[in-house]
Design a protein around this ligand. Structure first.
Ligand SMILES: Nc1ncnc2c1ncn2[C@@H]1O[C@H](COP(=O)(O)OP(=O)(O)OP(=O)(O)O)[C@@H](O)[C@H]1O
Length: 262
């Protein structure tokens, strides 16, 4: 991945101040290139969610600009904004599935941005969409659950349905906001393996927020460290030494995590 390549996500002097005066992001300048697997780490309240949710404008920034694949999402309106957002799939900690619907219907909602409201309201998805939904479920090894109800699945399976839904959207970028925070360690590895495979096989750029330093080291190619909304580390995973992680988290946190891991 040469830096000569055009970035797919650029933060240009981005600030976010919440209405109560809390500074969520401070003068962020970051360029992410196509195909990267970026993990954003930092203490609780460091600004990880704010950063991630600014990328698809779930949060509005206060100043600066965010550019997606050459187009300013910050200044986009109406149809242009919808088209930029269509390129960005999102995965949430709480899965955000329609619990009483089938897995297939949930995955098909990933196609909504491609059709008129009228058609999708009546569930009129073309055959190709159903094939794409099935193919997306195969990628996360859940094809056999296509007609199961979402709330009959385990937490890990539900998260994989939400990954399939994002995949069906055919995005260029995946944002995952604490995708494994409510999962056990084995399920966590499965979900992270799915994300890694999607990154490697399809070249989708992935930005993930994680609490765990160990997972960040295992899966990331690049680590971004935030503290109080500021960029305090940005580099390849190999450079995220214990010392740099201490600068992001403080010594006590690293030692506590190592004790838990042992
Ligand atoms: N709606 C809001 N109004 C006011 N302050 C907010 C709001 N949302 C977040 N904040 C504050 O902005 C800062 C960054 O929050 P953010 O949720 O982005 O952090 P985070 O790193 O994702 O934390 P966590 O790991 O706990 O999810 C925190 O100080 C938080 O209290």
């Amino acid at each position: 991945m040469g830096n000569s390549e055009k970035p797919i996500i650029s933060f240009k002097n981005v600030n976010k101040v919440y209405p109560n005066g809390t500074q969520g992001l401070k003068d962020l300048n970051i360029e992410i290139h196509p195909g990267e697997f970026v993990i954003v780490v930092g203490l609780s309240g460091a600004g990880k969610s704010t950063m991630l949710r600014s990328i698809n404008r779930l949060h509005e920034i206060s100043s600066g600009e965010i550019v997606i694949d050459g187009k300013s999402i910050t200044h986009a309106k109406g149809k242009n904004l919808r088209l930029i957002r269509r390129d960005i799939g999102m995965i949430f900690q709480s899965f955000n599935l329609i619990k009483r619907s089938t897995v297939l219907k949930n995955v098909l909602t990933g196609r909504v941005a491609y059709h008129s409201t009228f058609k999708t309201f009546f569930g009129l998805f073309p055959k190709e969409d159903k094939e794409l939904a099935y193919e997306s479920l195969q990628r996360v090894n859940l094809a056999e659950k296509v007609y199961a109800r979402a709330d009959e699945l385990s937490g890990g399976q539900q998260q994989r349905v939400s990954i399939a839904r994002a995949l069906a959207q055919r995005p260029k970028i995946f944002l995952a906001d604490e995708p494994v925070a409510s999962l056990d360690p084995i399920t966590t590895e499965k979900v992270m393996d799915d994300l890694k495979r999607i990154n490697q096989d399809l070249g989708i750029t992935i930005v993930v927020n994680l609490h765990s330093v160990a997972l960040a080291r295992e899966y990331g190619t690049r680590i971004i460290g935030l503290r109080a909304g500021e960029l305090v580390f940005d580099g390849p995973v190999e450079e995220a030494t214990d010392e740099t992680l201490q600068a992001i988290y403080g010594k006590e946190i690293i030692e506590a995590q190592e004790e838990v891991a042992q």
